[in-house]
Write a protein that binds this ligand. Structure first.
Ligand SMILES: *[C@@H]1O[C@H](CO)[C@@H](O)[C@H](O)[C@H]1NC(C)=O
Ligand SMILES: *[C@@H]1O[C@H](CO)[C@@H](O)[C@H](O)[C@H]1NC(C)=O
Length: 534
């Protein structure tokens, strides 16, 4: 017996120690993109792909993961949580040399007794474009791709968004019931080849390797054109009132069809970017909603249809558009039919209006309590003034993602879903030529994909803030400051994400209780996730 126990102990010890020094991780296979000012990308193919495992911090220690413009990607380090001497604790946050400390030092106290929203998770979108690019890779490279995003040795995404029918990130515009015309009962509703050969296989492979349930959110860009006032896939158009119920059924049918394929739809949104069919200059799949019409449709058609169905637990998320439109839409919906808000479980937010500060989200949260805030779409490079759609190896884009995710989380957002999981080197395919950047670019011809800095920015959150984590209060106790957000995980560890935008090092002191703190060095232009076991 003793021998047996001893050998189990030894096996465990070897296993754990190899974990703690990170032997299991495959480092980034870095490629210099050869453009001044850009960071590196990490190359994956059939034979190789970098991995990252989460190390369990020992009691009174932390494990930190660092990515930098200089080329670190999830570099691991560990450190102690120290007891402060009484004098130090009393003087905590004060300084004799405030001038120099202002720029180079920052200190915080984490108050884990003050807790805010619970996290649902992080993820990306399985568009036609993403899944078609992924399918260009060999089986083995496809597996590396899926593991990179969803696996235990990847960044452990647990959220997916999927378009209902086509979006601009498709090779052609389409919907699920294009003919016969005026088919009120949707007698010819059928999923597309894109669903069967690309999107569903990608989602199912993700589910197979995922460490957690993957929650899928689905959104319609455009219904069949015969439901629309302009009878076209894009342009200025609203839903014809005679098809209000049909459009609600169109959503339920999608949930049913995906259920048959064993993919549960966790949430639907009330139509992607409803402003697009109201403003005249949009050139991709859209449907416009005036806020009051949307309220009537949700209260009288969509809401009852979903709640009276077998899929009555599907969340309904309203708006699915820029943050500055939330008030206009929710207010207008309530005017259209006050019952509409009773059917709404949450508010879906897009990234492209983030020039309005994230504080607006806290304000919305306090006025619509009980409705979750979920970020459902983000990408870099989509704006008319973006000179480059794909900016390979851009560290600025990773920094911008990080800053906005931190801001969103600090203002009650419960989860963050990125746009296309991957695109080709031109940021497509996109039938409307609306090319953008993505965290992974796929080179089908050489069976290779590259992970851009944005991939790691996402991972700094998705991998280390598991579902059910709760945001906790962070009090700043210094003049100096770095961006941050902190969470308590379901297992009781504190996870903090820190971002240093400066081109110089910053020393960060994190007090975890009155008497215990950790000293963290933030490298220039770095992102760091730290898991503390206190
Ligand atoms: C049903 O849809 C398919 C395409 O999915 C189309 O080829 C066929 O013509 C449609 N049937 C009718 C009766 O419109
Ligand atoms: C939801 O539907 C299930 C059957 O699928 C039923 O058992 C349950 O009572 C329904 N819940 C509500 C709140 O209607």
């Amino acid at each position: 017996m003793i021998n047996k126990h001893l050998s189990i102990f030894l096996v465990k010890a070897v296993f754990l120690s190899s974990f703690s020094i990170g032997k299991c991780d495959q480092p980034c296979s870095a490629r210099d993109v050869g453009i001044e000012g850009r960071s590196i990308v990490c190359v994956c193919n059939a034979a190789y792909c970098d991995t990252i495992t989460r190390d369990e911090p020992a009691w009174n220690t932390y494990v930190a993961y660092t990515s930098t413009r200089d080329g670190k990607r999830f570099e691991k380090s560990t450190g102690p949580i120290r007891f402060l001497t009484n004098a130090k604790a009393r003087n905590y946050g004060r300084s004799e040399k405030t001038q120099t400390r202002f720029a180079n030092e920052a200190s915080y106290r984490i108050n884990s007794n003050t807790r805010y929203q619970k996290v649902e998770g992080f993820g990306g979108s399985v568009t036609d474009a993403a899944s078609i690019n992924w399918r260009k890779l060999s089986d083995s490279t496809q597996r590396h791709f899926i593991n990179s995003y969803f696996g235990k040795e990847g960044i452990e995404y647990n959220m997916i968004r999927v378009p209902i029918g086509g979006a601009d990130f498709s090779t052609h515009p389409y919907t699920y019931n294009e003919s016969p015309w005026n088919d009120k009962t949707l007698s010819n509703y059928s999923l597309s080849a894109e669903d069967y050969f690309y999107k569903l296989p990608m989602i199912k492979q993700a589910q197979e390797v995922s460490t957690d349930e993957i929650k899928v959110t689905a959104s319609t860009w455009s219904p069949p054109v015969w439901m629309k006032t302009n009878q076209a896939i894009t342009g200025f158009a609203q839903l014809k009132p005679e098809f209000y119920q049909t459009y609600a059924d169109y959503h339920l049918r999608f949930i049913e069809e995906y259920d048959k394929a064993e993919v549960k739809i966790w949430a639907i949104t009330t139509t992607n970017e409803p402003i697009n069919g109201i403003v005249p200059f949009v050139d991709f799949n859209s449907l416009g909603w005036l806020p009051s019409d949307l309220g009537r449709w949700v209260a009288r058609n969509l809401g009852p249809t979903i709640r009276n169905s077998r899929f009555n637990d599907t969340l309904i998320l309203a708006v699915d558009d820029q943050r500055y439109l939330v008030d206009i839409y929710l207010g207008g919906m309530a005017l259209g039919d006050p019952k509409s808000l009773d059917y709404i479980d949450g508010i879906a937010l897009h990234y492209y209006g983030n020039f309005i500060p994230a504080g607006i989200l806290s304000n919305i949260q306090s006025r619509y309590p009980g409705k979750i805030l979920l970020s459902t779409e983000a990408c870099e490079g989509p704006m008319p003034w973006d000179i480059m759609q794909v900016k390979i190896g851009s560290w600025e884009r990773a920094q911008r993602y990080t800053r906005h995710i931190i801001d969103d989380l600090n203002n009650f957002v419960v989860g963050w879903i990125d746009w296309n999981l991957c695109l080709d080197e031109n940021g497509g395919p996109n039938w409307a030529h609306n090319y953008v950047d993505a965290p992974i670019l796929v080179y089908g011809d050489r069976d290779e994909f590259i992970k851009q800095p944005i991939f790691y920015a996402m991972g700094h959150f998705s991998k280390f803030i598991p579902r059910g984590s709760q945001r906790v209060e962070v009090m700043r106790t210094s003049l100096g400051h770095v961006h941050n957000a902190a969470f308590i995980t379901p297992q009781g560890n504190i996870v903090m994400v820190l971002q240093n935008l400066n081109q110089h090092e910053v020393q960060v002191n994190v007090a975890l209780s009155l008497l215990r703190s950790a000293q963290i060095t933030m490298e220039p232009e770095s992102i760091k996730t730290i898991e503390f076991n206190v």
